[in-house]
Design a protein. Structure first.
Length: 277
């Protein structure tokens, strides 16, 4: 078997596929998702467009599952790219599940891929504007989110379910942790001249977003993009535009950073018509 550079993708959704199409041609792409049918569907679309994609069943909440995916990827060649688009939403999951998947799972994935990423490799993880909306936690808690060993993260006092108001608050904490974990991991990845960044999208039209529109906070989200400077939700391809810069040689001086792409919704939340009355 001829070896290729390998791209690991977690979360077989529209954003992950848009980025993989920009960056993955000529590579072996391992497309992971908890629902193998989702992974198979995306793999089929991409393979018919000339890509080389293998679907793989994986659960971001499980270190063993993450390691199994990495082992599968290593069969095909050196791992040079990571796209993490996996996660759950506040309308879909409990506080405990959000913390287990979006917070703990992302931290484990960045840690484990960082151990095997090839020199000069690059990764991007999809976070959310939600991490930019919550009040500042302060230097001490930020450092705990960034530096606590992964298996101890969910034991932190301020991450206990009784300390968390609701699923949106849990999601905000998870995304704040994503941002801090990327910063800390970039130092470790940098020892291999590898880079890792995150992107925090606002409302992007995907099946997950449609679930949100039809969920209990649907009116809130619809008002958000109607009131933001862009006056609309974004598209997966617009997120991929940013990812392409971050993962290409043109982004070689960018690592450990988070990029907010929300049509100005967060700016409006703090300084415009979306401010709390």
């Amino acid at each position: 078997m001829k070896l290729k550079n390998v791209m690991i993708v977690t979360g077989a959704g529209q954003i992950s596929m848009a980025i993989a199409r920009r960056m993955g041609y000529g590579q072996k792409i391992i497309m992971g998702d908890k629902n193998i049918n989702n992974a198979k569907a995306i793999a089929e679309v991409m393979n018919k467009a000339g890509f080389d994609v293998i679907p793989f069943e994986m659960d971001l909440a499980s270190r063993k599952s993450i390691l199994d995916m990495i082992d599968e990827a290593k069969k095909y060649g050196p791992i040079t790219m990571l796209i993490n688009g996996a996660g759950v939403s506040p309308s879909q999951a409990s506080i405990e599940m959000i913390l287990k998947v979006d917070l703990y799972g992302t931290a484990v994935l960045l840690e484990e891929v960082g151990k095997v990423i090839e020199p000069g490799g690059v990764g991007v993880t999809i976070s959310s504007q939600s991490g930019h909306r919550m009040e500042q936690l302060g230097e001490y808690k930020d450092r705990l989110l960034a530096m606590t060993p992964t298996e101890e993260l969910l034991q932190l006092d301020f991450l206990q379910p009784h300390q968390i108001k609701d699923t949106l608050h849990a999601y905000q904490l998870a995304k704040r942790c994503n941002e801090k974990r990327v910063m800390a991991e970039s130092v470790i990845w940098g020892q291999k001249r590898a880079r890792i960044n995150s992107i925090s999208p606002g409302i992007i039209v995907t099946p997950l977003a449609i679930d949100e529109f039809n969920g209990p906070r649907g009116d809130f989200y619809k008002n958000m993009f109607a009131s933001c400077p862009a006056k609309r939700p974004g598209t997966a391809d617009e997120v991929a535009n940013v990812a392409e810069l971050l993962m290409s040689p043109q982004g070689a001086f960018i690592t450990g950073s988070d990029f907010l792409i929300d049509g100005g919704a967060t700016a409006s939340y703090f300084y415009g018509s979306l401010q709390s009355k």
